[in-house]
Design a protein around this ligand. Sequence first.
Ligand SMILES: O=C(O)C1=N[C@H](C(=O)O)C[C@H](O)C1
Length: 304
Amino acid sequence: MKPNPLFNGLYVPLVTPFTNDLRLAPDALARLADEALSAGASGLVALGTTAESATLTAEEKRTVVRICSAACRAHAAPLIVGVGTNDTAAAITSLRELAATGDVAAALVPAPPYIRPGEAGTLAHFTALAEDGGLPLIVYDIPYRTGQTLSADAVAALGRLPGIVGIKHATGAIDATTMELLGSPPPGFAVLGGDDVVISPLVAAGAHGGIVASANVRTADYAELISLWHLGSAAPARKLGAELARLSAALFAEPNPTVIKGVLHAQDRIPSPAVRMPLLAASTSTVHRAALLANSRVRQASTT
Ligand SMILES: O=C(O)C1=N[C@H](C(=O)O)C[C@H](O)C1
């Protein structure tokens, strides 16, 4: 049997800052990584969707992982790295390369995108990665991006595999399957919320934590939200959860991470809001609205 879940609390999937001419901005990334961990994140996620990993070169990906590992090492925090491909053999190669660095606590792996191999094919994919990749895996369940759903039985089967240590639940719903998973998660298996707007109810219902892109801004508040629920402080958690849901909705009003980058740039934390195509920079009005919510702290959670 696996021990207690290795992963709980807040994991911040960092954006990849670029210069105005779309070059990687390594110093800004190092600063963001340090700020997130100093503000109470349990760990970082490198090369998530939020990192625009689809448009990073292999060399840039290595640089991002190196910078994030250095920050995690300095804070004794776990680093999770996104590995997203619909080629099982290529995913195993990437996992082995990451495992060889010795710095990665787990890989975040979606169901193979676009191909829709069915549940049996998806289970075979994850089984091969878990057996041969050399790294603990967190399954990224995000059917609206991959085109592949996972039933409660499939998730339970994945949870029983020794190399699979958790799931990032981002199905766009809190439904019967979610409640079944949260009601009796496989032993040692972490359930991490991945739909920012509903992170509060998910943790209230039993999730161990979340991988929350919105926490690139107001990291401390998202970390506090999760710990309030874990401490059983329901009233302040509900209030803070409602406030952060408004912020998350504003941050996701245009394709992620365009608004988050706009806000971080408005806060002077990254050199430019630039994103690589096919993403387009968020509109000024959307960024302005989200920045107002990002900069306001409406309540004192502990005094409510
Ligand atoms: O990069 C991530 O990890 C996340 N990406 C999601 C998305 O862009 O759909 C959102 C979630 O907050 C974390």
